[in-house]
Design a protein around this ligand. Structure first.
Ligand code: NAP
Length: 157
């Protein structure tokens, strides 16, 4: 199964200047809990935004270039792998758009803010195709900048 996970602001923005536009420790913990032990697929730019490999997850990076330092993959390989196991698409904007037609489940965190001059957005989710199966409002902790809402959207129900 292909699952997508992202955090966006109230205008669907997910990135600015090659990084996340907020500091949300609670959302990072949520991301870790969901993806731990799994396979995560990301674009080269998202890979380069990370401090390094995230523990206990298989990393697959999409690039049209050549890399020796990280395992790379292709669209076709990811689709094939997702028939055998759950694969998490973790961004960024280009990679979410590429896989959205094949996504069955979405973990979306709404960060309750409006980022100023964002440069990367999540693709629009067709609300006729996906329905919200869970939603949970979480007030910001002292390690978060903003309140947030955790959602799960599933296709075709
Ligand atoms: N809020 C969130 O949940 C979240 C999550 C992840 C990332 N982000 C943010 O999103 C931003 C990065 O997103 P982005 O859209 O700029 O870049 P991206 O999707 O992370 O990476 C784009 C790169 O992926 C490769 N690529 C794209 N399509 C491909 C294909 N069909 N086959 C092979 N490789 C392909 C290309 O790499 P090459 O140029 O090497 O060929 C392309 O430059 C950052 O600001 C990051 O912090 C936010």
């Amino acid at each position: 199964m292909l699952t997508m996970i992202f955090a966006c602001d109230l205008q669907n923005a997910i990135g600015k200047d090659g990084d996340l536009p907020w500091r949300q420790s609670t959302d990072l913990q949520h991301f870790k809990k969901i993806t731990l032990g799994g396979t995560i697929v990301m674009g080269r730019k998202t890979w380069e935004s990370l401090p390094g490999k995230l523990p206990e997850r298989r990393h697959l990076v999409m690039t049209r270039g050549h890399r020796d330092d990280i395992e790379t993959t292709t669209f076709e390989e990811v689709i094939k792998l997702s028939m055998e196991q759950n694969v998490f698409i973790i961004g960024g904007g280009e990679i979410y758009s590429l896989f959205l037609p094949h996504i069955e489940k979405i973990y979306r965190t709404i960060i309750h803010c409006n980022v100023e001059q964002p440069d990367t957005f999540a693709p629009e989710i067709d609300e006729d195709l996906f329905s919200v199966s869970e939603t949970k409002f979480v007030e910001k902790s002292d390690k978060d900048q903003y309140d947030m809402t955790f959602e799960i959207l599933v296709k075709g129900s």
